[in-house]
Design a protein around this ligand. Structure first.
Ligand SMILES: NC(=O)c1ccc[n+]([C@@H]2O[C@H](COP(=O)([O-])OP(=O)(O)OC[C@H]3O[C@@H](n4cnc5c(N)ncnc54)[C@H](O)[C@@H]3O)[C@@H](O)[C@H]2O)c1
Length: 253
């Protein structure tokens, strides 16, 4: 691979779910992927796994998206190493389900910090490089929780993910004329084992059979395929949009 390959930064890419599938998809599509995650060891291991799978070297940049100085330094290090940023996928998310009447301020702040402020900070420092280059694409991973009336995901997470949609639309309006597109994706249940620690068993019971319209829960690859399209030139007329990927559980127009 040479410096001329388009460079894609993906946050929270060393987990068990969507981020890992996105880096795999983008690597498959020829991107020079930068694996970032707050968990340093898993971040390096994920980049190594990707290198073995795709036969070329990928950068690992440990990053907590809530830390402004580290976001700034991470973006600068990618520019130093690769000279360009073509794609940013804001995948980092965090949630803890507490009713509003009992929610701690820490839960509220942590959720807004990771899901919304983290998305803002990464855009804040990556966008100037895209604007300068006159090209770029950002995909923000929101959730169906941004629209639904449900107790399933908790108000902090829903508020943060709804905020991501507003942030996406305004950033798209600001940057389209600079050649930069900004879109969001709202997944429904995309299964990974870690979710068992966050959601009660009842959340999963019957989801595939009676809620999903396609008889299964989502897979990380379902989101990665959509992201792969949205960042590609095939999506050149697509910006400021929100795409669901929820097996029809929460279609939204
Ligand atoms: N899994 C779902 O059902 C689902 C549904 C809708 C939306 N989403 C959203 O999709 C995204 C990915 O979710 P996932 O469940 O696939 O998990 P994932 O495995 O892709 O992401 C979890 C990773 O996030 C990292 N992380 C946590 N806090 C971070 C921080 N401050 N900075 C950087 N990295 C951090 C963790 O280390 C972990 O590796 C999240 O934004 C989530 O809200 C997930």
């Amino acid at each position: 691979m040479t410096e001329s390959n388009p460079v894609a930064i993906v946050t929270a890419a060393a987990g068990a779910g969507i981020g890992a599938a996105i880096v795999d998809r983008l690597a498959h599509d020829g991107y020079d992927v930068v694996v970032t995650d707050v968990h340093e060891r898993r971040c390096r291991e994920a980049a190594e796994r990707l290198s073995v799978a795709h036969g070329r070297e990928f950068l690992a940049v440990p990053l907590d998206v809530t830390d402004e100085s580290r976001v700034q330094a991470a973006v600068a290090s990618v520019i130093d190493a690769r000279g360009r940023i073509d794609v940013l996928v804001n995948n980092a998310g965090w949630s803890k389900i507490e009713p509003v009447s009992e929610m701690s301020l820490d839960t509220w702040r942590r959720c807004l910090d990771v899901d919304l402020t983290g998305t803002f900070l990464c855009m804040r420092y990556a966008l100037p490089h895209m604007i300068e280059a006159g090209r770029g694409s950002v995909v923000n991973i929101s959730s169906i929780s941004a629209y639904e009336t449900s107790t399933e995901h908790g108000a902090a997470y829903s508020a943060a993910k709804a905020g991501v949609l507003a942030l996406t639309r305004v950033a798209a309006a600001e940057n389209g004329r600079h050649g930069v597109r900004v879109n969001a994706v709202t997944p429904g249940l995309i299964y990974n084992d870690f979710l068992r620690k966050i959601y009660p068993d009842e959340f999963f019971d019957g989801y595939a059979e009676s809620r999903s319209l396609v008889g299964r829960v989502g897979r990380p690859e379902d989101v990665a395929n959509l992201v792969g399209f949205l960042v590609s030139d095939q999506a050149g007329y697509v910006t400021g949009e929100v795409y669901g990927v929820s097996g029809g559980v929460y279609p939204h127009a």
